[in-house]
Write a protein that binds this ligand. Sequence first.
Ligand SMILES: CC(C)(COP(=O)(O)OP(=O)(O)OC[C@H]1O[C@@H](n2cnc3c(N)ncnc32)[C@H](O)[C@@H]1OP(=O)(O)O)[C@@H](O)C(=O)NCCC(=O)NCCS
Length: 167
Amino acid sequence: MSRAPFLVTPLDAVHERTLFNSGSESLDRYFREQVTQDIRRRVAACFVALSDDQRIAGYYTLASASLMLTDLPATLSKKLPRYPTVPAVRMGRLAIDQAFKGQGLGGALLADALDRAARSEIAAYALMVDAKDELAVAFYRHHGFISLPDSPLTLFLPLATVFPSRK
Ligand SMILES: CC(C)(COP(=O)(O)OP(=O)(O)OC[C@H]1O[C@@H](n2cnc3c(N)ncnc32)[C@H](O)[C@@H]1OP(=O)(O)O)[C@@H](O)C(=O)NCCC(=O)NCCS
């Protein structure tokens, strides 16, 4: 997807976070001030896209989650086991630095997150995301994500539909 030479790698102490500027104050503040604490506490994993001069061009976080079966569209829930929840991976945050927007990097990081979730040995039914506003909802819908019928800012994409041949 991305044509630029970005390397996606787990966030490390050597990466310079202070200059990151996505234009969203809450996403930038989280990345500057809180993400490393969340990583230490094992409540989030964080991956960064590095440009060829080692600048952080984007980041996203992943964590285990679950979806209530009753929150899913009936067409999908009727095909799932009758447990109260189904396992999921949550992409809690995704942000691209303003200097790197519109180059396909957001889509590439979404693909990277889907790939990591699908490659895990721990099963997950879907990648779910919390969109911060309608623009973000449009971005995720553009990539095939489906809104929960009663919570349109929460969207999900069943991993088996993205990688049908993976066991
Ligand atoms: C939303 C965001 C992640 C998109 O990243 P980006 O690198 O600029 O987007 P890309 O260049 O990868 O776009 C990929 C595709 O999505 C489309 N797209 C981008 N933003 C979109 C939007 N808001 N609505 C619909 N489609 C969108 C692009 O047109 C492109 O389509 P194509 O592949 O068919 O050409 C980025 O703008 C951002 O960081 N925004 C602020 C934070 C935010 O909203 N985070 C998301 C949820 S919390």
